[in-house]
Design a protein around this ligand. Structure first.
Ligand code: ADP
Ligand code: MG
Length: 295
């Protein structure tokens, strides 16, 4: 394997999936022709309106669903060229963890640390390694003082951090967040986003964050837009948010700061630059434009 390919963590070629209806009849594809490469350590946001196929994509990467067509390679391991054994499926699930939308559906135990231990325990991780992994995972998400608490009494953001600890105790290389902040209040959302960012930046974990919040997408290295089961856009946040009309045509908005720059440009203001994804970037572009006007 050449160096370039070995850096790619997820590789898909024409990946497709069709659900079956109640009578077992194959429906039209929920996902089709998806070809992407996601690098190890990358932070990728996945956008798309409801029903566009984002969760289906996530479930394929985690082998909750099996592709109907195409090629899927994860961490150099082709998951589509042979019938997978149970061991192979488990090994993959350990590498690619998932955190879902509803924190209450993910908590299984009555004490935080037991909840975090559930996954690695099922993998057969022995003591004292289990203890160490659980303690470290709880510490990583900043929940050490709650280790003995009852999960159902925690805030939404804290519950999601416990769910994340349960995933990282299995030492994954990649974590997929499927709208994991959608049910949280702004404070909880911030907590979870800070945790995601830290896992990516400090621990090198590859992150796929499926979200419908544009400000979350702006935090990623790269944004992928799925529409109607197909890959519509793929680029940096700045590149993607430069295409406001295309995004709007599939029911998505750009971040508010980008919207402001776009509408000022439409009204004839010359604003140079491409830094559309962050408030700081837009601010700088606006300042330079104003400086030019006032001389
Ligand atoms: P998203 O996560 O972007 O909202 P999904 O991947 O959940 O989209 O859904 C993509 C398409 O597949 C939708 O048309 C949805 O109705 C359909 N779908 C999702 N889950 C199932 C299922 N279990 N059975 C049949 N169709 C499904
Ligand atoms: Mg979904």
């Amino acid at each position: 394997m050449d160096r370039q390919l070995s850096e790619i963590f997820i590789h898909t070629e024409n990946l497709a999936f069709s659900y079956k209806d109640e009578e077992g009849k194959i429906e039209s594809p929920a996902l089709r022709g998806i070809s992407v490469d996601i690098r190890e350590g990358e932070y990728v946001a996945v956008l798309g309106h409801n029903g566009s196929g984002k969760s289906t994509f996530a479930k394929l990467l985690n082998l909750i669903l099996e592709p109907t067509e195409g090629r899927l390679v994860v961490d150099g391991f082709d998951l589509t060229d042979h019938e997978l054994t149970d061991e192979e499926v488990l090994a993959l699930r350990r590498k690619v963890g998932m955190v879902f939308q509803n924190p209450d559906n993910q908590l299984v135990a009555t004490i935080v640390e037991e909840d975090v231990a559930f996954g690695p325990e099922n993998l057969g991780v022995p003591m004292p390694e289990l203890r160490e992994r659980v303690d470290r995972a709880i510490e990583t998400v900043g929940m050490t003082e709650y280790a003995q608490h009852e999960p159902h009494r925690l805030s939404g953001g804290q519950k999601q951090r416990v769910a994340i600890a349960g995933v990282i105790a299995m030492l994954p290389k990649c974590i997929i967040f499927d709208e994991s902040t959608a049910m949280l209040d702004p404070g909880g959302r911030r907590e979870v986003l800070d945790t995601i960012r830290m896992l990516n930046r400090e621990q090198g974990i590859t992150v796929l964050n499926i979200t419908h919040y544009m400000d979350e997408a702006a935090l990623a290295d790269r944004v992928i837009v799925i529409n109607d089961g197909e890959l519509l856009m793929d680029g940096t946040p700045d590149e993607v948010f430069a295409q406001r009309d295309k995004l709007q045509s599939v029911g998505l908005e750009v971040p508010q700061c980008a919207e402001l720059v776009h509408s000022l440009r439409e009204s004839g203001f010359a604003i140079e630059g491409e830094a559309l994804s962050t408030v700081e970037g837009c601010e700088e572009m606006l300042f330079s434009a104003i400086e030019k006007i006032v001389g």
